[in-house]
Design a protein around this ligand. Structure first.
Ligand SMILES: [Zn+2]
Length: 217
């Protein structure tokens, strides 16, 4: 009965007609396949797959974008991901708080260490506290942070830097026994953000004071 109910649920939007089955080409609105439509599809950036596609932050170095991209796909070496790949791990608990299993979603959202960083980030940028349950929520956060224009661009890049720097703090703790200090980590996020934004975006004239006050953004 459970399987029957599941099946009915899956088929709830499916309507069967009397016409013959046919192939439909997703690359064109009329459903007809043609070489021309393939060429148009390749020239446009249309993606018909169900892959999660997000816009990378251009002013943040590739290493941060790549890191968050891999984290979202479950491809960073958290303890849970290592266990899934049959690598023996003495403990699966979060390195920072030990209150949950170490997954990317936990490390960057629910973990008490990340939460303090997000609180600092929200008070610095004068935006609501970031409520996120997954890495994907973090990637999308700039859309809902209440900022626009330059401020939104900055926010989008900063959340990537936060994730990258939290991961570095986690590695420092595990491999070098260096306990993270939240204020130091946050200061580095802010100064690295300034260095990268000033040198890699078109806003080269931004001053450190403006950056620290998050004004004109
Ligand atoms: Zn934790």
């Amino acid at each position: 009965m459970v399987e029957w109910v599941d099946l009915c649920w899956l088929l709830r939007d499916t309507f069967l007609g009397d016409s013959r089955d046919s192939w439909r080409w997703l690359g064109d609105s009329d459903g007809e396949f043609s070489v021309g439509s393939v060429k148009r599809q390749m020239d446009s950036n249309l993606d018909c797959s169900n892959r999660y596609v997000w816009e990378w932050s251009k002013w943040v170095p590739l290493k941060c974008n790549l890191f968050v991209w891999r984290a979202e796909m479950g491809k960073i070496a958290t303890r849970i991901e290592l266990q899934k790949r049959n690598i023996p791990i003495p403990s699966l608990s979060c390195t920072f708080c030990a209150s949950a299993d170490e997954t990317a979603d936990h490390l960057f959202t629910a973990c008490s260490f990340a939460s303090v960083i997000w609180a600092k980030m929200s008070s610095w940028s004068r935006t609501p506290f970031l409520v996120a349950f997954s890495v994907r929520d973090i990637i999308e956060a700039h859309r809902y942070c209440g900022l626009s224009g330059k401020g939104k661009d900055v926010y989008q890049g900063l959340v990537l830097i936060v994730c990258w720097r939290v991961w570095k703090a986690r590695n420092d703790l595990i491999f070098s026994g260096k306990a993270p200090v939240v204020d130091d980590v946050f200061s580095e996020i802010r100064s690295l953000g300034y260095l990268w934004f000033k040198n890699r975006s078109k806003y080269k004239d931004i001053s450190w004071d403006e950056w620290c006050k998050f004004v004109n953004m």
